[in-house]
Design a protein around this ligand. Structure first.
Ligand SMILES: *Cc1c(COP(=O)(O)O)cnc(C)c1O
Ligand SMILES: [Zn+2]
Length: 410
C-alpha cells in the first residue's frame, strides 16, 4: 500500500482523499487547482531511514515509501534516476564561484530529468488499467513518456507544438509512440491532450496537471541530498518552465530533512529565459501574468505555467530567488559546460549555469559559494538548437599543411 494520506490543493488548501480525487481540485479547476500529494510521514519514517538507504537500489526506486506506488510495482526494475554529479573547477573559476557541481540529468533513461516523473505516471497508468498514456510536451516529457510507455508495454500518444525539433520527434517515434504535431503553442497542445484523454480513456501524464508526476520528479532533490550528504552546496540552480521541477526538487530535499536524513538546507535559484519569465515575475508580484515572448530554450518556454504557485513557494521557503537570462547567455553556457565540464546540455538545461553566472554578477550569489547546477537534459536531442553558440567545423583538404595554419590560436 502506498503511504499517500491526502491530496492538498495549492490554491485553496482544501484536502481530498487520494482514492476519490481526480488530478486537480474540483473547486479551483484544472488551471489553478494543482494538487500536492501528501504522505503519512510517521509511517514513512518507519520505512525510510538512513540504514534502509544503505541497502537500497541505486535508482529512484530507493525512495519507495515516499512514492505514490505500491511496494512491488511494475516499474521497480526500470533503470531510472541516480544520475552522476560532475565537478568542474574550470567552469567554477570561469563563472566566479568557489565550487561548481553539475547534476547530470542528461544521463537519464531517455536523456532528461522527465524520466523520474514519467516512470511513476506509467506505473499508475498500468495499475489503473488505462487504454493508453498521453501527454503534452515540448519534447522531453513526450520522449520520456514514450520511452516509459515502451518499458510498460502501453501505447503512448504525445502532443507537441509544431516546430518541435526534429531530433526530439525522431526519438519519440523510435520508442513507437504516436506523435501529434499540434498547430499552436505548447499551451494549445496541453489543452488538446486533456480533451483527447477524456474521449479515448488515456491516462493523462502531462507535467503539472498530473500531480503524481512531481512525486517522481522530487527524487532529483532526494538524490542531491544523498550525493551531497556531508558537503552540501549553498545554492542549487534549476531551469524553470512549468515550475514543477524546481518545486519537486525542493520537496525531495525537504522530505529527507523532515525524516532527519539530512539536516541542511540549500537556497534555490530559479532560472527563466528573459523572453518567457512569468514565474520569475510572479515571484516578485505574487500573481501570474501571461507572457508572449519566446526563447531558444524551448523546454522552458511555458507562457502560462501551471505550477507557478508551487515554484514560488519552494523558492521562498528556501530563501532563494529567481533570475532571468538572455538567449545569448544561455548559448554561451552551452559552450562553457561542454568545453569546461564535458557536459553537452540542451539550451534549457544550460540555463542553470547561465543563471548562476548572472547571479554572481548581480551579487546575489557570493563568490565564495559552492553551487550546484541541474543539467536537466542532454544536448543530443536537439543539436541544431545548440549550434548557434558553437561556431562551425573547419572544411579542409586531407592534407597536413592545410590544417596547420588553422591550429595556431586554437
Ligand atoms: C521540463 C524541463 C525543465 C523545466 O521543468 P518545469 O517543470 O517545466 O519547470 C527544464 N529543462 C528541461 C530540459 C526540461 O525538459
Ligand atoms: Zn482548490
Amino acid at each position: 500500500m502506498s503511504l499517500v494520506s491526502h491530496l492538498r490543493c495549492v490554491c485553496c488548501d482544501q484536502k481530498y482523499p487520494p482514492r476519490k480525487a481526480g488530478f486537480t481540485c474540483p473547486a479551483c479547476g484544472p488551471v489553478e487547482g494543482m494538487f500536492d500529494v501528501c504522505y503519512d510521514m510517521d509511517a514513512v519514517a518507519e520505512q525510510l531511514t538512513l540504514s534502509d538507504l544503505l541497502n537500497a537500489p541505486l535508482s529512484q526506486w530507493r525512495y519507495g515509501p515516499l512514492l505514490p506506488l505500491e511496494t512491488r510495482h511494475a516499474g521497480r526494475d526500470w533503470p531510472i534516476g541516480w544520475t552522476p554529479l560532475t565537478e568542474s573547477a574550470s567552469l567554477a573559476s570561469q563563472i566566479g564561484v568557489k565550487r561548481l557541481r553539475i547534476k547530470d540529468e542528461g544521463r537519464n533513461f531517455s536523456g532528461s530529468l522527465k524520466d523520474r516523473g514519467s516512470s511513476v505516471a506509467l506505473v499508475r497508468a498500468v495499475d489503473g488499467g488505462a487504454a493508453g498514456v498521453a501527454c503534452a510536451s515540448h519534447g522531453n516529457a513526450a520522449g520520456s513518456i514514450a520511452a516509459c510507455g515502451a518499458l510498460a508495454g502501453m501505447p503512448a500518444y504525445v502532443f507537441v507544438p509544431q516546430g518541435t525539433a526534429s531530433g526530439r520527434v525522431t526519438q519519440i517515434l523510435a520508442y513507437g509512440a504516436k506523435v501529434f504535431l499540434v498547430a499552436g503553442t505548447y499551451d494549445d497542445a496541453r489543452a488538446l491532450c486533456a480533451r483527447a484523454c477524456q474521449r479515448f480513456n488515456w491516462y493523462n501524464a502531462t507535467v503539472a496537471y498530473n500531480p503524481y508526476i512531481a512525486e517522481g520528479a522530487k527524487t532529483l532533490g532526494m538524490e542531491l541530498a544523498e550525493q551531497c550528504f556531508a558537503d552540501p552546496p549553498d545554492w542549487v540552480a534549476v531551469p524553470v518552465g512549468e515550475g514543477s521541477s524546481i518545486a519537486a526538487t525542493w520537496k525531495g530535499l525537504d522530505q529527507l530533512r523532515q525524516l532527519e536524513i539530512i539536516d541542511w538546507r540549500v537556497r534555490l535559484l530559479g532560472v527563466q529565459a528573459g523572453g518567457v519569465a512569468p514565474i520569475a515575475a510572479a515571484f516578485h508580484k505574487s500573481e501570474l501574468t501571461e507572457v508572449s515572448g519566446t526563447t531558444v530554450a524551448d523546454s522552458i518556454c511555458v507562457r502560462a505555467p501551471l505550477d507557478w504557485r508551487k515554484a514560488v513557494s519552494a523558492v521562498r521557503e528556501s530563501e532563494g530567488t529567481f533570475i532571468t537570462v538572455t538567449d545569448t547567455q544561455i548559448l554561451e553556457a552551452v559552450r562553457q559546460m561542454g568545453s569546461r565540464a564535458g557536459v553537452f546540455a540542451e539550451p534549457a538545461a544550460a540555463a542553470a549555469v547561465a543563471g548562476i553566472a548572472q547571479a554572481v554578477r548581480n551579487g546575489i550569489v557570493d563568490r565564495r559559494s559552492s553551487v550546484l547546477a541541474v543539467c536537466t537534459a542532454t544536448g543530443l536531442k536537439d543539436v541544431a538548437g545548440a549550434q548557434a553558440g558553437l561556431g562551425s567545423a573547419l572544411r579542409v583538404a586531407a592534407d597536413l599543411d592545410a590544417i596547420e595554419p588553422l591550429i595556431v590560436g586554437g
